[in-house]
Design a binder for this molecule. Structure first.
Ligand SMILES: [Zn+2]
Ligand SMILES: [Zn+2]
Length: 277
């Protein structure tokens, strides 16, 4: 069994796509299961990956853009109603996460009251343990360490990327970011880098201003490949591709990255699995 397993649960972007769930990635390492971001349809894909919300070790948010947290309420509620004892959900995210959770909790108040009134054995409200981070060690036990570093997705800030380490191996979940020092530190010597990318050549061809704005704060495929090469990463995983990769168009995206990075390149589809170690 691999030291670390990464399942690309959702490889979409904010644009609804019949074949791609919203941004979300599952990481299994040393018997721990981490959910990174909670995009549209995350629990459907997590079910396909055999990862029910009650079994999550922690949920990690890279930032609070809607496409990355659309289904956070589903993760909170479904974990609550499928746990048979209070099981607080450790939720790690950038500053602002606690306020978002407070808002979600307020919107869920009717549902919480219905279920508490109906189920005699359900006597607790959905417990969420929020930890806000901008960097450093987020989580550490005898087998797994999770690190965070600030990323650069301005004007969205603060934002963070994560590195999950186990058994001498490491995977990085960059989220949405342009190249930056924090990302370079996270990636140094990692086995796998999962990063969201855009094709600025295609986006500028469409010429839609709101889409052109997307180029400001995401890595291009070229920049993602340069980041991976600079850090000595083994496998580069391109996800959250904007515009969405046309069926059969993966080779073109891969070739752009391969011109600057000679490791393995994965243009991710939902439920693709990538391993380290
Ligand atoms: Zn974003
Ligand atoms: Zn995004």
């Amino acid at each position: 069994m691999a030291a670390i397993e990464v399942v690309l649960l959702g490889t979409g972007s904010p644009i609804p796509d019949p074949d791609r769930a919203g941004p979300s990635t599952l990481v299994r390492a040393g018997g721990r299961t981490f959910l990174v971001d909670c995009g549209r349809g995350v629990l459907m894909r997590a079910a396909a990956a055999g990862a029910p919300p009650a079994a999550l070790t922690a949920t990690l948010l890279t930032h609070l853009h809607s496409d990355h947290i659309t289904d956070l309420d589903d993760v909170i509620t479904t974990r609550w109603v499928t746990s048979f004892a209070p099981s607080p959900l450790p939720l790690v995210g950038p500053p602002g996460t606690a306020a978002v959770v407070d808002g979600l909790r307020a919107s869920l108040e009717p549902d919480i009251s219905y279920r508490l009134a109906h189920h005699e054995d359900l006597t607790w409200e959905p417990p969420v343990e929020v930890t806000e981070v901008t960097g450093g060690i987020v989580l550490e036990d005898e087998v797994v360490r999770v690190l965070a570093e600030p990323t650069d997705h301005r004007p969205v800030q603060p934002t963070v990327g994560y590195r999950v380490e186990h058994g001498g191996h490491a995977v990085v979940l960059a989220g949405d970011t342009v190249p930056c020092e924090g990302l370079d530190r996270l990636c140094q010597g990692a086995d796998v880098l999962v990063i969201t990318v855009v094709r600025d050549d295609l986006i500028h061809r469409f010429g839609v201003p709101r889409l052109v704005d997307v180029c400001d704060y995401h890595s291009t495929v070229e920049q993602a490949a340069d980041t991976a090469a600079r850090a000595g990463v083994s496998t580069l995983v391109l996800t959250h591709c904007v515009p969405a990769v046309a069926p059969g168009g993966e080779d073109e995206w891969q070739a752009i990255a391969a011109a600057r990075f000679d490791g393995e390149i994965v243009v991710a589809a939902d439920l693709d699995v990538v391993t380290a170690g």
